[in-house]
Design a binder for this molecule. Structure first.
Ligand SMILES: Cc1cc2nc3c(=O)[nH]c(=O)nc-3n(C[C@H](O)[C@H](O)[C@H](O)COP(=O)(O)O)c2cc1C
Length: 147
């Protein structure tokens, strides 16, 4: 099955995490990486598996590129029934109330359109000691058998 990885990043951490997962998911099939900023909502396909890798900004919001992607999706309201997806969120525990809100927002939005999340939603903490790319690879290895 093909895998589409969509990332929402402002300073590159989520982008790096997304790219580091490619070789893991390639064990499953062809992998395409999309910057949500490019607004490729037509790449969402219930016949493929999707991975959303997204940082949190503002007061618990999506980064600008991902905001644009979800605004477009909100206008189009595609039927995503049966679309299976996993979420790797990035944030920072210094933002107490809004920690990793982006992963929760994305889960809610895709589920609303009919998608089904699989596996655990990851929460990477930029104040913690875990390297984002290593954490992403380990998490992706756990998602791989669920695809
Ligand atoms: C201005 C600013 C606002 C942020 N707001 C939040 C937030 O509300 N919640 C959170 O969990 N992390 C927040 N973060 C942390 C980022 O999500 C985190 O550093 C992430 O790894 C950045 O990913 P990126 O390099 O892909 O943009 C914020 C970071 C900045 C610089």
């Amino acid at each position: 099955m093909s895998v589409h990885i969509f990332y929402g990043s402002s300073t590159g951490t989520a982008e790096g995490a997304a790219n580091s997962m490619v070789e893991v998911f390639e064990k499953q099939g062809p992998v395409e990486v999309h910057d949500m900023m490019d607004g490729e909502t037509d790449a969402l396909d219930p016949g493929s598996f999707h991975v959303f890798v997204c940082a949190t900004y503002g007061e618990g919001e999506l980064p600008a590129g991902a905001e644009y992607f979800f605004e477009t999706l909100g206008d189009e309201e595609p039927d995503l029934a049966g679309l299976r997806f996993a979420v790797f969120g990035l944030g920072d525990t210094i933002y107490d109330d809004t920690y990793n809100a982006a992963g929760k927002i994305i889960t809610a939005k895709i589920t609303e359109l009919g998608g089904e999340r699989v596996g655990e939603r990851a929460e990477h903490d930029n104040s913690g000691e875990d390297d984002p790319e290593e954490t992403a690879v380990e998490w992706a290895q756990g998602i791989l058998p669920l695809i």
